[in-house]
Design a binder for this molecule. Structure first.
Ligand code: NDP
Ligand code: 2IT
Length: 444
C-alpha cells in the first residue's frame, strides 16, 4: 500500500464518523501523490501523519440563558490544526449541523488555503451547534459572551485569531470582541471581521465574494472568456454570496438566481441586490420575501434546484456538498463553462470529477475563497501597525493576492503533470510551503 493510502486508512480509523473530514483529507492527500514520490523523506519523518493530526482540539460547554429564562447548553469547538507558518487562523461557524468532523474538515482545508494566500497564517477553525436563526439580539449576545468566556484562554493575537463563517458576522464578532477585551483587559487584534470603529479592515466584509470573482475572472480570462454579458447563478445569500453577486454585476454579468436553505429565487431580468441586502442583512428574513418586492421573480422551495437554472458561470457560495453529481451533469448539459467555489467544499467529489472530465474551468474553494482570510490577515497587519489602509489599497492587495493564487495553483498543476487541474495545483502549492516549514522545525 502506498504511503498516502496508509495515512488515509489511519485517518479513517482514528476519526470514525467524520465523513466530511475524511472527504477533505482524501482529496488533498491523493493530489499529493506526485510530490510524495519526489520526497521519500516525508514518509520517514511522518510528515503526512503529523499533517493530518490537529495540534490541538478544544471542545467546551457553552451555557446561556434564553429570553424565557431557560438555560440552554450548546457545544463549542476550536480545532488548532497547524501553526507551521503562522498563528492559527480561521473562522467560527454557528449552525446546528456543526460537529467535530465538520470543524476538522474546515480547519484542515484552512491550512492549505492560508498558505496559498502567501501570508503568515496557520490553519484553524471553530464554532458551535448554536442556531442563531430566530434568536433575539440579547440571546445572541449572551451566547457569544459565554462562548468567548471559555475560548478566550485558547486564543490571542499571536496564538489564534478567529473570524466569521456561517452564522457569524459583524454582530457576533462585536459581542465576542467586547467580552474578550473585558476579560483580558487588552485591546488586541484577536478577532478579524471587526467593525470599522474598533479595528476592522475596509473590504473585509466584501473580501470573500470579491476575491472569488477576481479569481474566477483570471481563470476564465486565460480561456478568452469574461463576466461581461455572462449569465451567472450564485447559491446562498449570505456574506460570500452577496458580495460575489455585487462584483460579478459590476463586471457586467447578469446574476439570475440566489438561494437560502429554504429554496431559491429565479429572476430572469437580473437579481436586484439592494433587495437581497435589505432582506438578508437588515431584516434577517427568508429569501422568498424577494417575490413580494419583485412579483415577476419565481420562488422554488428546493435549495438544490438552483443548479437546474441554465448559466454560463456557477458560483456555489452556501455550504459543503451542496452540489452533487446530478447537479454537475445538469450544469454541463446546460452549457455552463466555469464553476468557482465560494463556499468550503460545496461540490461533492463526484461533481468535481464531472467538471474536470468535461473541461469545465473549475476552482476549488481553498483557492478561490481565500480572499476572506487574506483580508483578515491584512486586518491583523493593520492592527499590529495601529494604522489602516484605504478601501482602494486593501482592494488592490486583495486582487493581487487572488491573481497570485491562481498563478501559483496553475504553475504547480503544470509542474506536476496536471495542467489545468486547479484542484491538484492548489493542494500542491498550498502544501509545499507548510511542508517545508514543518521539515525545518523538527519533529513537532
Ligand atoms: P452566511 O451565514 O453569511 O450565509 C450562509 C448562506 O448559506 C445562507 O444563505 C444560508 O442559508 C446558506 N446555508 C448555510 N448552511 C446551509 C445548509 N446546510 N443548507 C443550505 N443552505 C445553507 O455564511 P457565509 O456566506 O459567510 O459562508 C458561506 C460559505 O462560504 C461557507 O461554506 C463558508 O465556510 C464559506 N466561506 C466563508 C468565508 C467568509 O469570509 N465568511 C470565507 C471563505 C469561505 P440560511 O440563511 O437559510 O441558513
Ligand atoms: O473559510 C474561511 O476562510 C473563513 N471563514 C474566513 C476565515 C478568516 O479568518 O477570515
Amino acid at each position: 500500500m502506498s504511503y498516502v493510502d496508509n495515512v488515509l486508512q489511519r485517518v479513517i480509523k482514528l476519526n470514525p464518523a467524520e465523513p466530511e473530514f475524511h472527504q477533505a483529507v482524501k482529496e488533498v492527500l491523493e493530489s499529493l501523490e506526485p510530490v510524495i514520490e519526489r520526497h521519500p523523506e516525508y514518509e520517514q519523518l511522518g510528515l503526512l501523519e503529523r499533517l493530518t493530526e490537529p495540534e490541538r482540539q478544544v471542545i467546551f460547554r457553552v451555557p446561556w440563558v434564553d429570553d424565557n429564562g431557560n438555560v440552554q447548553v450548546n457545544r463549542g469547538f476550536r480545532v488548532q490544526f497547524n501553526s507551521a507558518i503562522g498563528p492559527y487562523k480561521g473562522g467560527l461557524r454557528f449552525h446546528p449541523s456543526v460537529n467535530l468532523g465538520i470543524i476538522k474538515f474546515l480547519a484542515f482545508e484552512q491550512i492549505f488555503k492560508n498558505s496559498l494566500t502567501g501570508l503568515p497564517i496557520g490553519g484553524g477553525k471553530g464554532g458551535s451547534d448554536f442556531d442563531p436563526k430566530g434568536k433575539s439580539d440579547g440571546e445572541i449576545m449572551r451566547f457569544c459572551q459565554s462562548f468567548i468566556t471559555e475560548l478566550y484562554r485558547h486564543i490571542g493575537a499571536d496564538t489564534d485569531v478567529p473570524a466569521g463563517d456561517i452564522g457569524v458576522g459583524a454582530r457576533e464578532i462585536g459581542y465576542m470582541y467586547g467580552q474578550y477585551k473585558r476579560i483580558r483587559n487588552a485591546y488586541e487584534g484577536v478577532l478579524t471581521g471587526k467593525g470599522l470603529t474598533y479595528g476592522g479592515s475596509l473590504v473585509r466584509k466584501e473580501a470573500t465574494g470579491y476575491g472569488l470573482v477576481y479569481f474566477v475572472d483570471e481563470m476564465i480570462k486565460a480561456k478568452g472568456k469574461s463576466f461581461e454579458g455572462s449569465t451567472v447563478v450564485v447559491s446562498g445569500s449570505g456574506n460570500v454570496a452577496i458580495y460575489a453577486v455585487e462584483k460579478a454585476q459590476a463586471l457586467g454579468a447578469k446574476v439570475v438566481a440566489m438561494s437560502d436553505s429554504g429554496g431559491y429565487i429565479y429572476d430572469p431580468s437580473g437579481i436586484r441586490l439592494d433587495t437581497i441586502k435589505l432582506i438578508k442583512e437588515v431584516q434577517r428574513k427568508r429569501i422568498y420575501e424577494y417575490t413580494e418586492y419583485h412579483p415577476e421573480a419565481e420562488y422554488h422551495d428546493s435549495f438544490t434546484g438552483i443548479w437546474n437554472i441554465p448559466c454560463d458561470i456557477a458560483l456555489p457560495c452556501a455550504t459543503q456538498n451542496e452540489l452533487d453529481k446530478q447537479a454537475a451533469l445538469t450544469l454541463v448539459s446546460n452549457g455552463c463553462f466555469a464553476v468557482g467555489e465560494g463556499a468550503n467544499m460545496p461540490s461533492t467529489p463526484e461533481a468535481v470529477e464531472v467538471f474536470l472530465n468535461n473541461g469545465i474551468l473549475f476552482s476549488p474553494g481553498k483557492a478561490s475563497n481565500a480572499g476572506g482570510v487574506a483580508v483578515s490577515a491584512l486586518e491583523m497587519s493593520q492592527n499590529s501597525m495601529r494604522y489602516s489602509w484605504s478601501f482602494e489599497e486593501v482592494d488592490a492587495k486583495l486582487k493581487d493576492i487572488m491573481v497570485n493564487i491562481y498563478r501559483r495553483a496553475s504553475e504547480a498543476a503544470r509542474e506536476y503533470g496536471h495542467e489545468g487541474n486547479l484542484v491538484v495545483g492548489a493542494n500542491i502549492a498550498g502544501f509545499m510551503k507548510v511542508a517545508d516549514a514543518m521539515m525545518a522545525q523538527g519533529i513537532v
